[in-house]
Design a protein around this ligand. Structure first.
Ligand SMILES: Nc1ncnc2c1ncn2[C@@H]1O[C@H](COP(=O)(O)OP(=O)(O)OP(=O)(O)O)[C@@H](O)[C@H]1O
Length: 729
């Protein structure tokens, strides 16, 4: 007999789901027993009893209270709970179950060995069409359905029947069957379950050799099995309800987050594929390493984003995922948006100039440009907006400090060519502008980044960062990445686990662009893609993708990316595309749509109305309020969903958020892109860039919707809505 202290307890997703159906007091009692056992196994031993007549001798029952039993498998040092139910039902459930090590899917499976004759005599009637009658046994097996479950699969006649029978199936089998019933192709089912296709190369360790305690730890098993690290984590997961993602990662997500890399790594993936979740788990993994390795004491992980609101959301979620790392003194994880990090760093270094991120300081920069333009003659054929764009997109983005560098620089991507003479003339203007900015005690954000890079390179201050994780990488420019590289430079001992970069260039909405290689960050061979969309239905996703049709998108490095090969976990209704005759009618339509959403499932705070322009936000808010609908205009800072009201905000601010239902109004030709945006285009190439940016913005807005999307315009719709999008005639 093994000592109780050495037992490891785990819970499969079926156990968690069965608990949710029981009275609270039973679930609480079970939680209490299990957390007490975990905190002190020797004084709170688990009295596991053999289940008489069970097919599998490792199946055990545990008395939760007089009327309820939990069912577990006890194999060597592991106790894996799989079900909790009323006494008789629990025993009946346990009778035919077996635990199975399944090398084909690299998982622990819990299967029911059904007596075929029992299935045949079920009352559905022989003529009733079977749900999977067109799917062969061979195909089901290849997708990951174990032979033992085949009779039960064959007996199913409808999706509803499948849903009712969920508890009867192994959790992975259920996922496969559900996807098949919903019409997924085999390749899509593989993406969903993470089961490797047969053509993939065989793993190094033959999986057949794995024992139960090794098999339960695979990334695949852990898609459906939760192994708590301590009683605090167990309590958190029980208490928070089944917030699936916190514990049940997709195998690809787990493999990407929980491993070592010999250098910078990158994760790409379309909207809603759980990139931010991976970034959070990565932070936890690195912080766990810091905690366990005494030589790293005092170190921390920097998790940085482009926007403030995303940093706040991530910090709040990390407080449930790994509160101990944030509460440690000093904390083992720091979450902050990069602009803020730079400001704080420069302040500590007594940088005297004010960084013009927004507001009055930015107005002051506009004023300086006006003064400079008054004092200089513009080179022939070049406009003021062109010169300002050249400054921002070339000189500042690339950190050019002298004329020589500017004369040599590649201006790839800029439409209007500039010969040497024009460049020299322009440099005179740029140098004057820069001198005036400095003498006014101001700095542009790119100046601040450059300054910080210089300080880091020359002083090599001993920053406490063991690694940096970057979310929303697509919106960060070259200087930002040079800075990130300077925060954790490659050291004499190498570059292990230094940088972890997460992003999606399809969602680039601020016009900045950097290539990793160009910034000294080599991710070659360490670049991964996550493909399963957890947020948005297949129907909404494909509409959102159609908006980007024909646009070529980079992979945040030197290559290109595509939105092909993604799969959504959910199916639903197609987006509603609504044409109105006037904006008043359009807004009335939005009110009616809000009222038509099922109020028993959808809180007002789960509805988002997303507008291109700030001015429209207030207009929509006033109109909805006029119709008696409560609204909340989102400002900076985290969104507290317990405050009631439909959320109204800009498409930019909505980045990183998600809503059950989203409406995007004012997509008429004259309003989207807003006329002002295109007026600032300095040449044809710039105009193309702006259009792409607005396509991405619409893509971002549409992919905030989980289940329902309503897109509307009055008059003629914007050209950015693709002609062959669904429902558009
Ligand atoms: N393994 C998982 N199981 C269940 N839900 C998940 C899983 N991974 C992510 N999710 C959920 O999917 C949604 C999208 O995740 P997340 O915000 O991390 O995606 P993202 O790729 O960063 O999206 P975007 O780029 O659009 O901002 C969230 O609701 C998240 O909780």
């Amino acid at each position: 007999m093994m000592d109780a202290i050495n037992k490891r307890v785990s819970y499969d997703i079926g156990c968690m789901k069965s608990l949710r159906k029981l009275p609270d007091k039973v679930a609480l009692r079970f939680m209490d027993m299990m957390t007490r056992y975990m905190s002190d196994p020797s004084s709170n031993g688990l009295n596991l009893e053999t289940v008489e007549g069970a097919k599998d001798s490792s199946i055990k029952s545990l008395r939760v209270d007089q009327g309820y039993r939990a069912i577990a498998f006890e194999v060597a040092r592991d106790i894996m709970f799989v079900h909790v139910n009323e006494h008789d039902k629990a025993y009946r459930w346990a009778g035919n179950r077996r635990v199975k090590l399944d090398p084909d899917t690299n998982r622990i499976r819990v299967v029911e060995e059904l007596d075929v004759t029992v299935v045949e005599t079920e009352p559905q009637g022989a003529e009733e069409p079977r749900l999977f009658s067109t799917v062969t046994d061979k195909r089901l097996k290849a997708l990951g359905v174990p032979a033992e479950e085949m009779p039960a699969v064959r007996a199913l006649t409808s999706i509803e029947g499948l849903e009712t029978a969920e508890e009867g199936f192994d959790p992975l089998t259920y996922q496969i069957l559900y996807a098949l019933a919903a019409g997924y192709s085999d390749e899509e089912v593989y993406a969903l379950t993470g089961v490797p296709e047969e053509t993939e190369t065989a793993p190094e360790t033959p999986l057949t050799d794995l024992t139960f305690d090794q098999m339960i730890e695979t990334a695949e098993s852990r898609q459906t099995i939760f192994i708590p690290e301590d009683e605090k984590e167990l309590r958190r997961v029980f208490e928070e309800g089944l917030e699936g993602w916190r514990v049940f990662l997709h195998p690809d997500q787990r493999k990407i987050a929980y491993r070592d890399y010999n250098g910078p790594a990158m994760v790409r993936g379309g909207a809603g594929t759980g990139k931010t979740v991976v970034a959070m788990h990565r932070a936890k993994h690195l912080a766990d390493q810091i905690e366990q390795d005494l030589t790293q004491t005092g170190q921390r992980v920097l998790l940085t984003t482009f926007t403030t609101s995303l940093a706040q959301d991530i910090e709040a979620n990390l407080r449930t995922l790994c509160p101990e790392h944030l509460a440690a003194r000093p904390p083992r994880i720091e979450v902050i948006n990069l602009d803020r990090w730079v400001s704080q760093f420069l302040k500590r270094k007594s940088f005297a100039r004010e960084v013009a991120f927004f507001g009055e300081a930015r107005d002051r920069l506009d004023q300086i440009w006006r003064e400079v333009f008054d004092d200089h003659e513009l080179p022939e054929g070049l406009s003021e907006p062109f010169i300002r764009a050249e400054w921002a997109q070339i000189v500042q983005a690339k950190g050019l400090m002298d004329q020589r560098a500017y004369l040599k620089v590649s201006r790839a991507g800029r439409g209007t060519p500039l010969d040497r003479r024009k460049r020299a003339a322009l440099w005179g203007i740029f140098a004057d502008y820069r001198a005036r900015v400095v003498s006014e005690g101001l700095a542009e954000p790119d100046d601040a980044y450059r300054e910080a890079i210089e300080i880091l390179s020359s002083e090599a201050p001993n920053l406490p960062y063991a690694g940096v994780i970057v979310d929303e990488a697509q919106d960060m420019g070259e200087q930002a990445f040079r800075l990130i590289r300077a925060i954790v430079p490659e050291g004499p001992l190498g570059d292990r686990n230094s940088l972890f970069i997460v992003g999606d260039a399809h969602q680039r909405i601020y016009g900045r662009r950097a290539s990793m290689a160009g910034c000294g960050i080599n991710v070659r061979g360490r670049s991964k893609r996550v493909r399963l969309n957890y947020r948005t239905t297949q129907e909404i996703r494909s509409w959102a993708v159609s908006v980007l049709e024909g646009v070529s998108v980079d992979d945040l490095d030197e290559g290109s990316d595509t939105l092909k090969g993604y799969v959504s976990l959910l199916h639903g209704v197609s987006p509603e595309l609504v044409s109105s005759t006037s904006e008043v009618e359009e807004l009335k339509g939005v009110s009616t749509w809000i009222r038509s959403l099922p109020s028993e499932n959808v809180r007002l705070s789960d509805i988002g109305i997303l507008c291109a322009r700030r001015a429209d936000v207030d207009r929509v808010s006033a109109a909805l309020q006029g119709d008696g609908i409560e609204t909340v205009v989102l400002q900076a800072g985290a969104d507290d969903r317990s405050v009631p009201g439909v959320r109204i905000t800009t498409m930019h601010r909505a980045k990183g958020l998600e809503f059950f239902a989203v409406a995007i109004p004012f997509l008429s030709e004259s309003a989207f892109p807003p006329p002002g945006a295109l007026k600032s285009a300095v040449d044809a190439a710039d105009r193309e860039d702006i259009l792409t940016q607005y396509r991405s913005l619409l893509h971002v807005a549409a992919t905030r919707a989980k289940k329902a999307l309503r897109v509307s315009w009055s008059g003629t719709p914007t050209k950015l809505i693709n002609d062959h999008a669904p429902n558009l005639g």
